[in-house]
Design a protein around this ligand. Sequence first.
Ligand SMILES: [Fe+2]
Ligand SMILES: [Fe+2]
Length: 401
Amino acid sequence: MTPKLLVISDLHAHNRSVADEESPSCFTSDPSGKGRLRNPLIAISDALRNDSVSVDWLICPGDLGDRNHASSLEFSWSALHKLKKDLNAKLLFAAVGNHDINSRRDRPDEHPSHVLRQLVPKFPIISDSRSCEKFWTNDYFIKQYPKLKTTICLVNTCVFHGVASKDSEAEAYRGRLAQPTLDRLREELPKKLSLVNVLVMHHHIRQHPLIKEESYVYNGGELIEILKETGKRWLVIHGHQHLPDIQYADGSPNAPVILSAASVAAKPYPVNGRFPRNQMHLLEFDEEQCQRYDQELFGSVRSWSWAEGNGWSQASRGDGLPALCGFGCGQSPRILAENIIDVVKNTDGKPVKWNDLINQISELKFLTPPQFSSMVQFLEKKDVKLAFNNHHLPVWVHLEA
Ligand SMILES: [Fe+2]
Ligand SMILES: [Fe+2]
C-alpha cells in the first residue's frame, strides 16, 4: 500500500499579535492566534476527520518560521510534531526553507542553520536520527520504504545561505544545488528506486509558471535531468513562493510531476491577476495504475482552503489548486474530449454523470488542472457542456441542444 501524503508548507510562524498588520502569517505563538478558527494548524485534524481522510506521512517543504526567529521555528516544529500525533501519521519530515536559516548572520557566532540543528525532536525527519545525520552531512538523504513501495529524497537547497558569494542575494531568493550534491544524487538515486518516488525541496526546481522573474533554484535543470535519467517519473514537491500549481516539468518522457505547494498560513498576495489562498494538499497514488505502467506515476491531489474565522473547507474555484485534480494522464486533452463526445452522442440527449464517464475513460481521473482546462475548451467548441458543483468539480456532461 502506497502512502497518503499531507503537504503543509510555508507556515512562516512568528510571535506577533494577529492584529499586527505587518505580521507575515496567521500562524503565531501569541495568545491572540489561538483557536480553531484562527490557527490553521490546530484546525487541520478536525477538518480532515470531518471529510473522513487519513494521512500516512506529513510533509512540510520548508519556511517553518519567519526570518529565522528561533523560538517561532521551535514553535512551528513542535506544532507539526503534535499534528503528526493528532493525525496518527507514521512519518513527519520537512525541507529547509530560506526563512529557517540565519542568512544574514545576525548571530555571527552561530552556524546559519544552528537553530534547525538544535531542534528537538531532531530535524528534518522525526524518529530517524541516521537520516538526519545523513541530511546534514550530504545536504540530502534518500530512503526507501519497501512496505509502502516508496522512495523519499529530501534535498537541502539552502546550503549556501549565509555564505558570501557574488550570487548571495539571488541565492537567498532562489537557492542553489551544489555540483558535488548533484553528482552524488546522479549516482545514488538509480540504486534506490521504488514504485513511487518523491523528491522534496524548498525552492522551485524549475521556473514557476506564474512568476516572471527567475524563480528556480540554481542547477534545478540538472536535477530534473538526473530524475529523468532514472527511467521513472518522479513527483517533486516544493514550497517557497506560496503559489499552488501542479504540472509536468516539460513535455519529455519521464519529466517529473511538480507540485508547487500553497502556504498554509502566510498572508496571500496577488500574482498575474490571481489571488491564491492558503491551502493544504493531500496526495494519493493509484497503485494499480503505477504497477501497470511502472515508469509512470498516477495519483490524485485533494486541496482544502483556509479562511480566518471560517476554518478549512474544500477548495473552490480560483483558490489555487482545485478541490480535486490528478497527475499521470498521458492522453492528449483533444483525444479525451473526442472520447467524451462519443459517449454523450449516444445517450439520446441525456446528460452523463461525470463519475460514469470516469468508469469508462479512466484517464480522466489523472488530469492536471491545465490538461483539464484544455479538454474543456475542446468540448465547448463541439457544444459539449459540463455542469459543476459548488467546489467547481464536474458533475454532469451534456450535448447542448
Ligand atoms: Fe515561504
Ligand atoms: Fe521560502
